[in-house]
Ligand binder design. Structure first.
Ligand SMILES: [Fe+2]
Ligand SMILES: [Fe+2]
Length: 329
């Protein structure tokens, strides 16, 4: 009987999101255990992230399924141990691999080649400079923050790495060739969304509020993240003020419709204007939709050109689009 069934509390982080689970999973809600995943179903990454944002760190396994949970942990631990024993998979190495794969994916989808050596000189050089800049920035202490981000919100960490690469790539192409400026863009890329890990979104199990209303509420809560990111960075004295400024302005818009301060383009920092182009582009590319990488990139470029044009500095956007569509028909 469901009512008399016993449950054991385990850490949310002991299960891997996005993979089928061999046991039932429950949450404790309004005084009772509520089974919300059956064997063979998965904890979707989006739901997992939502739990993390809401600081829900405990889930519950029915006593009857607990042996299966323990077996699952053994298999997982074994796999993790063999990964950790391999020095190739140290956190530093993982971050560098993520950097390399971001550069490759970008180069493949935008410039029709994964192989940097075969690219046009201008593109190859910019990608190499971008990669070297992000690599330099990833050195301590930024590396520790990135590791924390990967552990708390992996999707945000992936996006942040891609934005870091793309922002420096565009920065260099748009004339911000000073290495210090490029490093500021790279650091802002890594750090800009860390505030998202501190936000508390609506309760996914609260049925008293319609889903559409919850979505609207969550969108409003999400708008706090640039300010929350900056609050977190204010406690890290090694982060330059310029980087914090880019982060505070990364959702501002040239036409004054952005947040949190509805700044106009004229009051925005130059590097923020480059950064918003990179951040919007990656957010468009990585939003859930059908199509392969080439199609997603083409669609994002078109949308920025036609629908979102007023959000960006016109001269910078024109140059950025010309560069990003270099190899397109
Ligand atoms: Fe953001
Ligand atoms: Fe972002």
């Amino acid at each position: 009987m469901a009512g008399s069934e016993k449950f054991r509390s385990v850490s949310l982080h002991s299960i891997t999101p996005g993979e089928p689970l061999p046991f039932r999973v429950a949450i404790f809600y309004k005084g009772k255990h509520l089974v919300f995943r059956k064997p063979g179903q998965q904890m979707e990454v989006a739901i997992y992230n939502k739990f993390v944002y809401r600081q829900i760190h405990r889930i519950f396994i029915p006593e009857e399924d607990f042996a299966k949970y323990l077996d699952y942990q053994k298999v997982k631990e074994e796999a993790e141990r063999s990964l950790l024993q391999n020095p190739k998979y140290s956190p530093e190495q993982q971050a560098l691999e993520r950097l390399t794969s971001s550069v490759k994916a970008l180069s493949d989808a935008l410039f029709a080649s994964e192989d940097l050596a075969s690219l046009e000189e201008n593109v190859r050089k910019s990608l190499e400079i971008s990669k070297a800049t992000v690599k330099a920035v990833l050195a301590k202490p930024y590396f520790g923050i990135y590791t924390m981000l990967s552990q708390k919100a992996d999707t945000v960490a992936n996006h942040s790495m891609r934005v870091s690469v793309l922002a420096t790539l565009l920065g260099y192409q748009l004339g911000f060739v000073n290495p210090l400026a490029l490093e500021q863009l790279a650091a802002a890329g890594i750090l800009h969304d860390i505030g998202k890990t501190k936000l508390t979104l609506s309760d996914p199990f609260d049925e008293s509020i319609p889903a559409s209303e919850k979505e609207a509420m969550d969108a409003e809560i999400m708008k706090q993240h640039p300010v929350v990111s900056c609050d977190m960075l204010s406690k890290m004295p090694f982060v330059p003020q310029e980087v914090t400024r880019i982060i505070r302005e990364h959702h501002e818009s040239r036409d004054g419709t952005g947040y949190p301060n509805r700044l106009r383009g004229s009051s925005m920092y130059g590097l923020s204007k480059v950064f918003t182009i990179a951040n919007t582009f990656d957010s468009l590319v990585s939003s859930p939709q059908d199509g392969d990488a080439l199609e997603l990139h083409a669609r994002a470029l078109l949308k920025m050109d036609k629908e979102l044009r007023n959000q960006f500095d016109q001269a910078l956007l024109t140059k950025a689009l010309a560069f990003l569509t270099l190899k397109r028909p």
